[in-house]
Design a protein around this ligand. Structure first.
Ligand code: SF4
Length: 404
């Protein structure tokens, strides 16, 4: 079908087939894709509100057995540069987050064989005891799968135990491209196949959790595989309705085994717009300013995004691969308002919490994102000594008391 006919179909609110989406993605001018995506965004979000969340992106460990080829963050088991945070370090981060007006932790980490299910349960329970209103948006599907394999418990049981301990929602990380050909090349097939990723999300939705969905593009996938990813997400959303939002970003190549060059800003905007057109059953699309920078982040609001994502406060993964953008709440709000929108704070469920917090009370400026450990120290925290370790290195360290 001709691009003009497809554009007319989108304008009438008709659902795109795979072939329609493919034709638009490869043939439509960028400005047209943006206009169509913006129309859909306006239909779903009438008015001028653009939301954002104040939360903190905490990576509790960088030790990982998965070894994805696109990842510059992980360290292998036994590495001198490996770290695992202690409960007190995480509590301090939560307290700083609350002081900045934050409402949740986005807690994700490596697949560390020496952090068992009981550690997560103890941590989540303690967080909920100390900070009852604070939310835990934690553990992407591959991490849930890793914990399931480590504990030899089925995924629904792991999710049930984590929810019982205080898990509020699941972030959509680790999806990369939900096509197994791509996952094999990126060495992330073993951590989770496309079906396994979707299945964890299905179980989470059935358990009553809301989750997000993501796509990291720009590695080895084809245009068709990007679209297959989007259509698989759309299919699961038709089935469960459990996704609150979709976030896409480009592969950040620096310091990774895979290497290469980063996709351009135009490719990002085209991909974001296509996601808005294909994912007609997703309400919210976030701009990824942390990988694209504030200016493209701002442009995203004209290409289908209705949300500026997270103020973040801390970031370790994208920074390891060379992206070092930082925007505190003041900057996020400035970008939203300069684009002609009204900025509102939200929670994970997209409930509006209010106006920018810095207009309500004095909040310190945050001119760079924090890191996992401010002094850069490594090693696992003493807390871990009380938990079972799988690797010989951690068993030796814990029994000799060298864990610090
Ligand atoms: S992306 Fe995640 S699972 Fe893959 S190597 Fe990095 S930390 Fe491990």
């Amino acid at each position: 079908m001709a691009v003009a006919d497809l554009a007319a179909r989108v304008s009438r609110g008709e659902r795109l087939s795979f072939a329609d989406a493919h034709e638009l993605y490869v043939s439509a001018p960028t400005a047209l894709l943006g206009r169509l995506a913006d129309d859909v965004r306006r239909r779903k979000h009438p008015g001028d509100v653009v939301t954002y969340i104040i939360d903190r992106n905490v990576n509790y460990t960088n030790v990982c057995v998965a070894r994805c080829r696109f990842c510059a963050f992980y360290r292998p088991v036994g590495s001198d540069e490996g770290y695992t945070l202690g409960f007190d370090e995480i509590f301090r981060k939560i307290e700083e987050t609350i002081r900045l007006g934050g409402v949740q932790l986005l807690l994700q980490g490596g697949h560390n064989p020496d952090v068992p299910l009981r550690w997560y349960e103890d941590l989540f329970r303690e967080v909920k005891t100390r900070y009852p209103d604070f939310k835990l948006h934690a553990l992407s599907p591959p991490e849930v799968l890793h914990i399931s394999r480590l504990s030899q418990l089925p995924v629904p049981e792991v999710i049930g135990r984590l929810v019982g301990a205080g898990l509020d929602s699941i972030p959509g990380g680790g999806a990369e491209i939900l096509v197994d050909r791509v996952r094999r090349i990126l060495n992330c097939y073993n951590k989770a196949t496309a079906d396994e990723w979707l299945d964890v999300m299905r179980h989470a939705h059935l358990a009553g959790l809301r989750t997000t969905a993501t796509m990291m593009y720009g590695t080895v996938e084809t245009v068709e595989e990007r679209l297959e990813h989007l259509f698989r997400l759309r299919g699961l959303q038709d089935e469960t309705g459990g996704f609150t939002a979709f976030i896409t970003w480009s592969f950040q190549p620096h310091h990774t085994e895979l290497g290469g060059i980063e996709a351009t800003g135009i490719e990002y905007l085209r991909t974001l717009a296509m996601a808005r057109l294909v994912l007609d059953n997703f309400d919210n699309l976030q701009a990824s300013w942390v990988t694209q920078g504030g200016k493209v982040g701002q442009l995203s609001l004209a290409y289908g995004a209705n949300d500026m994502g997270s103020v973040m406060i801390e970031e370790n993964v994208v920074r390891a691969a060379g992206a070092e953008y930082c925007m505190d709440e003041f900057e996020v709000v400035r970008n939203i308002e300069n684009a002609g929108f009204t900025a509102k704070r939200r929670n994970m469920h997209y409930d509006i919490l209010g106006d920018p917090i810095f207009r309500e009370r004095e909040v310190p400026r945050m001119l760079e994102l924090a890191v996992a450990r401010a002094d850069g120290s490594t090693g696992e925290a003493d807390d871990l000594r009380g938990y079972e370790a799988r690797s010989a290195a951690a068993r030796r360290a814990r029994s000799s008391g060298a864990a610090d």
